[in-house]
Design a binder for this molecule. Structure first.
Ligand code: URA
Length: 188
């Protein structure tokens, strides 16, 4: 298994899919590398590509506000990464082949962080991490345990910017994440 230094170096030079040709930065991940709670998004957008950090655009500001409701902070007690590490042009969905090329990095990040809880942000991450048939509208906020890790999904912050009517349900899901963390005596 690679250590953090090796993994970051390998990722930074990755040419495993076509997204490497248009990227400005590989967006590896951010946060506490020993966090109990890990968030997984879909892929970098424009600001993330330019700055090399996940969730730093408009959706990222909302994500930080959501995290603060349950006492989470990317600088302190959670880790944030994406399914694909390079920006898909015009923010299109990452293709299956691009996800396949990149997913090993995320699995290595999960192995290194060893989170107690994984929260998928949006449908793309939930389908890839929890269940290929995941239905975000029906299943958000529900929990499954996979290999000792508790997993759930919530609406993607970009979806919450487009459709504020989804916010109350997401508030309930955030509270459920805090409850699960308390149950597991996770550091939050
Ligand atoms: N959307 C994502 O899924 N990930 C990011 O890092 C930014 C926006």
């Amino acid at each position: 298994m690679m250590d953090w230094t090796q993994l970051k170096k390998t990722c930074a030079g990755c040419t495993a899919c076509g997204l490497c040709q248009t990227r400005h930065n590989v967006v590896f991940g951010v946060g506490n590398e020993a966090a109990d709670v890990m968030f997984i998004g879909e892929g970098p957008g424009e600001q993330e590509d330019l700055q090399g950090e996940p969730f730093v655009g408009p959706a990222g500001r909302l994500l930080d506000d959501m995290l603060s409701i349950i006492d989470l902070d990317r600088k302190k007690n959670c880790y944030i990464a994406n399914i694909v590490k390079c920006r898909p042009p015009r923010n299109r969905d990452p293709q299956e082949s691009e996800q396949d090329a990149c997913i090993g990095y995320l699995h290595s990040q999960i192995d290194l962080v060893q989170p107690k809880i994984i929260v998928c942000l949006g449908r793309i991450a939930a389908k890839r991490i929890i269940d290929p048939d995941y239905r975000i509208t029906r299943q958000h906020g529900t929990w499954v345990n996979r290999d000792g890790i508790w997993m759930t999904a919530i609406y993607h912050p970009s979806a919450l910017l487009r459709d504020v009517s989804k916010r109350p349900e997401t508030f309930d899901d955030l509270i459920s994440i805090r409850e699960k963390a308390r149950e597991l005596r996770a550091c939050v």
